[in-house]
Write a protein that binds this ligand. Structure first.
Ligand code: UD1
Length: 416
């Protein structure tokens, strides 16, 4: 089992290129199931989660080729299986995203029930509500969910919460349904817009993605296309916080600035200087940051996927900050690990009160989930001494070449 070791690092300097977005590429790979032709996907981050999603498609009969230069080819012409097994769904919840496209293409899908996970209970009721509205019959048993429909029919679907996954799954199912589907209170995340762009490139008709009402007019079939996924806004945010916590001066390249507005606003409020430059964003932190309050919300609010990293930063800020997590019910697992490094954090339900201290100290800690793991690397960069992080497979689910990227900025991050 590998570990990541982080040593107290100088202010980060240099340029880091941000990879394609994990959370955009996973639904895009799933959506390739909708087409009987070849799709070429570009700027693919070859991460563990992408590997699992590829394995799911291969298990359904798709043909996947890894091409050079961060490209992959997905050909779902010959899919002949409609079941995603426990073995794969267990490794990644997002495998559940194949349910919508499989149902649309095959008229049937059977998927292992995704269990709980490190950051909360994460039900799938909204996905299923959407499929039922489109006329699918849903049955459950033996740990599996089965959905079937001779022909899906468009209808209105209201989501009680703007769930990213449910919006994506329903959009994909609706792409080949008869007539119009309208998703109300849809998620507005950039990854939803990217998926809509991909479906439209394949010949689909999705309108309103990026707003709270998404309209999908079903088409008979979808063709192949080439698509470049959007840059990863969470990876970008993580390196921006790394610059802030080490009082560094870096450039993050390959970013969509609009996707980062809430993160930029909060970092600026904390005293970080952020400037648009030709190839991205310059992030410069001349001094110790000020404490700021944060509340996670669906997009365009502050992303829950940046909460842990900001908490690491607030642990060494001047003053006290209140961090409220509203998206997930149990996303403070990193608090105990940050406390092991000396952080002064109190939790009351979904709120954390972080009293900034001048310096953290390195310690053995455990990555409890993907973003929690990233937060521990950030804390380790700024801590006195050595931090050893275990369970780093979580980190590898979402960050490409993380130690190399940090090393190129002068960060002392190594894998042993
Ligand atoms: C996606 C992202 C994840 C991010 C999250 C919120 C991917 C692969 N993952 O996850 O990184 O943290 O969005 O931005 O894109 N919910 C229900 N019923 C449902 C579905 C969701 O109650 O049927 C609840 C969840 O329990 C959670 C909230 O809705 O409390 C948000 O979840 P959702 O937006 O669905 O997140 P994911 O798509 O799983």
């Amino acid at each position: 089992m590998s570990k990541i070791v982080v040593e107290s690092s100088p202010p980060l300097r240099g340029t880091v290129r941000i990879s394609g977005a994990k959370n955009a590429v996973l639904p895009v790979i799933a959506a390739s199931l909708l087409s009987g032709q070849k799709c070429i996907l570009e700027d693919i981050p070859f991460l563990n989660d992408v590997e699992v999603m590829s394995e799911v498609l291969v298990s359904l009969g798709a043909d996947i080729k890894k091409l050079s230069n961060m490209r992959m080819e997905v050909n779902s012409r010959n899919i002949d299986n409609y079941e995603a097994p426990y073995e794969l769904v267990r490794r990644m919840r997002a495998s559940f995203l194949v349910l919508g496209p499989l149902l649309a293409r095959m008229g049937k899908a059977r998927i292992s029930f995704p269990g709980g996970c490190a950051i909360g209970t994460r039900p799938i009721d909204l996905h299923l509500k959407g499929f039922s509205a489109l006329g699918a019959e849903i049955t459950m048993g033996h740990g599996y969910i089965e959905a079937s429909a001779k022909k899906l029919k468009g209808d209105r679907v209201y989501l009680d919460f703007p769930s990213v996954g449910a919006t994506e799954n329903i959009m994909m199912a609706a792409a080949l349904a008869e007539g119009r589907t309208v998703i109300e209170n849809a998620a507005e995340e950039p990854e939803i817009v990217d998926l809509a762009t991909f479906i439209n490139k394949m010949g689909g008709c999705v309108k309103g993605a990026g707003t709270d009402t998404v309209k999908i007019d079903g088409v008979k079939e979808l063709k192949g296309c080439t698509h470049t996924v959007i840059p990863d806004r969470v990876e970008a945010g993580t390196y921006m916080v790394a610059a802030a916590i080490t009082r560094g001066d870096i450039i993050v390249e390959n970013v969509v600035i609009n996707h980062l507005m809430s993160v930029i606003a909060k970092l600026k409020e904390a005293g970080v200087i952020i400037q648009e430059v030709e190839n991205g964003l310059r992030v410069y932190a001349p001094e110790r940051v000020k404490a700021v309050d944060i509340k996670t919300l669906p997009y365009a609010g502050f992303p829950t996927d940046m909460q842990a990293q900001m908490m690491a930063l607030m642990s060494v800020a001047r003053g006290t900050s209140v961090i409220i997590e509203t998206v997930f019910d149990n996303r403070f697992m990193h608090v105990n690990e940050l406390r092991r490094m000396g952080a002064n954090i109190k939790i009351d339900g979904r709120s954390a009160v972080v009293q900034g201290i001048p310096e953290l100290t390195g310690a053995p800690v455990k990555a409890t989930d993907l973003r929690a793991g990233a937060a521990l690397i950030l804390a380790g960069l700024a801590a006195r001494g050595r931090t050893e992080i275990t369970d780093v497979y979580h980190i590898d689910r979402g960050y490409t070449d993380i130690e190399k990227k940090f090393q190129s900025l002068g960060g002392k991050v190594y894998r042993i």
